[in-house]
Design a protein around this ligand. Sequence first.
Ligand code: SF4
Ligand code: SF4
Ligand code: SF4
Length: 351
Amino acid sequence: MSDVYERLARHLDNLPAGFPATDTGVELRILKRLFTPQEAEVALGLTMMLESLPAIAERINMDEATLAPLLESMSKKGLIIKSSKAGEDNYMAAQFVVGIWEYQVNDLNKELIKDFNEYVPYLMKDLIKLKTQQLRVIPVSQSVSAEMQVMAYEEGEKIIKSQSKIVVAPCICRKEHKMVGEGCDKPMENCLVFAGGAYLYESRGIGRSITQEEALKILNEGFEAGLVLQPGNSQKPLNICLCCGCCCQILKNMKTLDKPARYVNSSYYAVVDAENCTACGVCEERCQMDAVTIDEVAAIDRDRCIGCGLCVPTCEYEAIRLVEKEETEKWVPPQNIVETYINIAQERGKL
Ligand code: SF4
Ligand code: SF4
Ligand code: SF4
């Protein structure tokens, strides 16, 4: 039988978001840093469906008394997902991203970060070109005009106001960059997680529970700092990420493409009114996607503009505005996160 880490890598690669093999074996080094061989065997027995201890014990042929503490410690380490409802615990597999990696935010070390960054290009290579992304881009509310038809699922404030449970967690992308002397000084505590995701984060000791008002304040601080709003890619998102183009592994890798706007799930783009533009350069500084160039006036490369709206309200001369894409080009997110991951699995040929 092949090595348990090779089997676990294949198992994770068969989950919707994937875990592709490399020619260097870095993905196996990462798994060895995170899982003991016994934990790897247990993880191999979990699926994307929540299951009880007896059901898992039977499948992996392990007695319940041995398995119970293992499942408990693995869920605390963020290697699997535990759900507790009405006094009953159930467990399921966690994907590598978004999932196992993000749950390590309080357990990072330089060796793990080094391996992760070596692995990111392999991980992102196919993921960032899928039709359905794990995150989508919505415009900051300050850039939205009365004429625009913005859906409720595209408004950060409305998404927050519909939540009864919100946790804010540290941003792993900025944290891991900072720990190796890179990245930026933009706010660190602003990953907003909702509903079941929020309980999961809280149970792992990642992040703290906040009110809707605090979450709205974080949204506004993100706007001030020039962070792109990226909710989970469904009409009922379980999170909103506030991302910078220098640390966010999605935006950073999207930026390396010639035409990132083709792959980002967004319904807007910005245009410049050349007559009003003074070439002051503020929009160029605000843009996280290098979509703006300044010559005599500002020019926006539509193939790079992801419609985040960060450049719009900070133009003192009202020379830049957000417009809606044609109906056929607009992004309508899947109804819920289950549909999102079914789509991703189909697009990766795993269903
Ligand atoms: S996706 Fe964005 S907010 Fe989330 S961890 Fe990365 S940079 Fe931070
Ligand atoms: S911020 Fe406004 S005025 Fe300044 S360069 Fe951009 S579009 Fe022109
Ligand atoms: S030009 Fe840049 S900042 Fe403005 S909407 Fe496009 S991507 Fe966002």
